[in-house]
Design a binder for this molecule. Structure first.
Ligand code: UD1
Length: 378
């Protein structure tokens, strides 16, 4: 009889990072995959566009939880996933990353005694006030199988007392997908169109930027962060696709934006890759985009004081700028000198050679197969 495995997604990073794995699970003999969308993200630009561009099939279960406070949203995911587990006879739960969707699904499964596989396990920012840090720590500690993206995540899990036999290092599907889709992204016109609208030539060096973290989208932090970006834009113009959460606060605070900073609506996957491919550097507080940018050889200037992707900083292809005006300007200028920029690009190439990325989805499939599918019963 087929084993019923539930794969959960709900936000941009989960859709992108699970896209290479979902077809493999659909094709796996003896497996019935139930694809569950929590509906944490629901706007076309935050959700459906990624399904379209990545050629992903529609979800089997749609919870449509929508936006709310953390407690209300997570509670809706918990009860919705519990119901889906019972209705569909789910035997194994696959979750990725650190969102409220990840947390709600993992908890619902663990409480019913359904084993949880956590993809992207072991990443830590060590900042417990960050909602994602709470989510990833809790999910790691109720998972039965932990699939770490890199060696430092593996080491972290061991330090936290997780048994080595439950951990495998599988790499990162975000890196593989960014490289696989980069050829399709290279002929997008978003960069040339945006620079033209700024009155600049299509080959003007520019910075890409994104900001959406809870800790950066507050009335205390965002004004200084925007002033810092405005000043950095005197060096290179900035193309900034704006997350709805950030747009709301920009509007509310009526923050002044430099004419050299172009605000764009949230972008689909291919347009975002096109921005990363063309940019001199990416300024971001996103986790997923740090790896996507590295994958395409573009230096990453992190608008935070720490990152759960510290291996990129250690390797020299990402730098922590922080989120305060003067730090952004001073550290940003330092990274954008010709010599430092070249050094960061080179560091990305060296890391790529060392990691030999590629095949993460296949390694995840293999790990799941070995642990859960080769037995007579789950
Ligand atoms: C969530 C994740 C974060 C991830 C990010 C990717 C948590 C705790 N955080 O943060 O880890 O990096 O997704 O984008 O799960 N909104 C829309 N349309 C949508 C979705 C959201 O307009 O389709 C607006 C709503 O006003 C909402 C706000 O964006 O309140 C924030 O959305 P939410 O999912 O709560 O958090 P993100 O900041 O997107």
């Amino acid at each position: 009889m087929a084993r019923t495995i539930c794969t959960v997604l709900g936000t941009r990073p989960e859709i992108i990072k699970l896209a290479p794995l979902i077809p493999l699970l659909d094709a796996e003999p003896g497996v019935k995959q139930v694809l569950l969308h929590t509906g944490q993200h629901y706007s076309f630009a935050m959700d459906a566009v990624f399904f379209d561009e990545l050629g992903l099939r529609r979800a089997d279960v749609q919870l449509a939880v929508g936006s709310s406070s953390h407690a209300v949203q997570t509670a809706a995911i918990l009860t919705g996933v519990e119901q889906a587990i019972l209705t569909h006879g789910i035997e194994l739960m696959l979750v990725l990353g650190d969102t409220n969707s990840t947390l709600g699904a993992a908890l619902a499964a663990a409480k019913l005694g359904i084993p949880v596989v956590h993809i992207e396990a072991g990443c830590r920012s060590f900042v417990r006030t960050m909602p994602e840090e709470i989510n990833r720590v809790v999910v790691d500690h109720c998972a039965a199988q932990l699939l770490a993206p890199n060696e430092s995540a593996h080491k972290q899990l061991i330090q936290e007392g997780i048994a080595a036999r439950d951990i495998s290092v599988v790499g990162s599907t975000a890196i593989d997908a960014a490289r696989a889709f980069s050829a399709r992204a290279s002929d997008r016109s978003i960069v040339a169109d945006s620079l033209r609208q700024l009155g600049l030539f299509h080959n003007t060096p520019f910075l890409a930027c994104t900001v959406h973290r809870a800790e950066n989208t507050t009335t205390d932090v965002l004004p200084g962060l925007v002033r810092g970006l405005n000043r950095l834009a005197e060096l290179h113009p900035i193309l900034w696709p704006v997350h709805p959460r950030t747009q709301r606060l920009l509007d509310e605070l009526r923050l002044s934006i430099s004419p050299r900073v172009m605000l764009l609506p949230p972008l689909g996957y291919l347009d975002m890759l096109a921005l990363l491919l063309g940019a001199r550097a990416l300024c971001t507080d996103s986790g997923g985009l740090q790896e996507e940018s590295y994958a395409l050889g573009t230096p990453v200037l992190i608008l935070r004081n720490e990152t759960e992707w510290s291996y990129l900083v250690d390797a020299g292809c990402a730098t922590l700028l922080g989120n305060r005006e003067d730090d952004i300007v001073v550290r940003g200028h330092k990274c954008l000198t010709e010599s430092e920029h070249q050094r960061m690009r080179h560091a990305a190439q060296v890391l790529t050679k060392r990691l030999q990325d590629g095949g993460a989805a296949q390694r995840i499939m293999q790990a799941v197969r070995q642990r859960w599918l080769s037995q007579v019963r789950l």
